[in-house]
Design a protein around this ligand. Sequence first.
Ligand code: F6P
Length: 556
Amino acid sequence: MSAPVDPTTTTAWAELDRLRGEFTPDLRAWFDAEPSRVVDLTHDAADLHVDLSKSYLTPDVIAALIRLAEQTRVAERRDAMFAGEKINTTEDRAVLHTALRLPRDARLEVDGENVVEHVHAELDKMYAFADRVRSGEWTGSTGKRIETVINIGIGGSDLGPVMVYEALAPYRQEGLECRFVSNIDPADLAETTQGLDPETTLFIVASKTFTTLETMTNARMARAWLLDGLRAAGAITGDDQSAEAIAKHFVAVSTALDKVAEFGIDPDNAFGFWDWVGGRYSVDSVIGTSVCIAIGPERFAEFLGGFRAIDEHFLNEPVASNVPMIMGLLNVWYNNFLGAQSHAVLPYQQYLHRFPAYLQQLTMESNGKSVRWDATAVTTQTGEVFWGEPGTNGQHAFFQLLHQGTKLIPADFIGIANPAHALTDGETDAHDLLMGNFFAQTAALAWGKTEQEVRAEGTDESIIGARIFPGNRPTAAIMAAELSPRVVGELIALYEHITFTEGAVWGIDSFDQWGVELGKSLAKELAPAVAGDAAALDRADPSTRAQIEWYRRHRR
Ligand code: F6P
């Protein structure tokens, strides 16, 4: 991979810097001056309808951002990613989550092998397994039908599956529930298995590396829970039967199939993927097995089709109407020139309640870096802080700060036209009320309320200041007709490519995550001290030692 271009040395950067100097956001004036602003800044990407007219894009800014993309060679890097080049330089890996959603008849060679064949072979295996669980053909060791599937995983091996499982709740098969365990806090496994019958429970151990402390610890505790439960029910008596029980109640998803076998899971019951799929980019691989069991293979294939539709848009659309690219560039404008530090994502859709958490890993693990892909220091701010909650809940919590605070926080509003449940209180359609709030909030943030308007309402002079809304708070509106499997795939791919675009401009490797390693190895090193080893405790720094001593004094 060639050296990254330093974005700050480009003429486009200089132009954006100049524009920032004279930049005073004035949405009212822009709308007056640009009669076609809404049309110009609204784009359809597959099933997503994206309105950026209330954002901080002006014709000059757009032109400079497009030049920035050209001068930092974003499209070249995108093409290199899709072609399977090893753009993850610090791990010497290709980055091919986009190959996970290629159609069966596509070809993509990596190291002389057509990876599409392998992708579909694993998908087919997962689909067949999902069908067997859904139909009841796959049973637990005592012949009972599986009623609960527990996915054990963390990070990308949890957040994607749980987010999509929640998002696609209306598509789930009745009588088959999925639960998710991620935290090493034993409360997680204890609460998740609460009330379950081991005979009807299936565990999926999902771990790319099959070494992650949390997942392996939880998997071992789950194995003990299963065997203890089956023993107590008289369903197993000897060791042979334990192995048989594990084979019927444990499957695995991993790139490390040798380690899966060491754990005692039959490799026939393991679904594989490859090191060129990053954990946070893996929900569309067999890491999505729990989702596939819940919604069925046909729906899962539609989900993959959604990703693919946005991949094609990202690959083929000119920059000006390329939604992920323009949104990624817009985020660079907010971050590097206008001082935004964080980005709110506000799904007006309860089913997407885990989407902000999912995006936190996607964006922050990808772009929270201080060095570039050639290990030299970054030359700009990187890594936006993503956060959010579903609407309308957020309105009653943190919207105060969005409307009247002193910080610039661009916000993406996500809205769906058709509800899964058409409930009313007899008079009003609740979904219309939800979306009414969506439209009202983006309008209120944009237009605000002037001093004159507040005064005209007869407001007491002493509180006029408190009641002014400055407006000019930028938002993007992302809408779709319904929250189908395809649309969920599209939403994920949209943010994958937004994240990619930002990383490409900054010159960083958005696909490694070395920053998580130090804490992991220190936790291992400190484990003996926490367990009471005095020599290990002595090796700890004074502050950490004092904390551990306090902990041990209070631990019953
Ligand atoms: O610690 C971070 C991380 O490596 C993530 O990138 C990954 O999604 C998560 O841990 C889980 O890793 P694995 O799937 O290998 O268990």
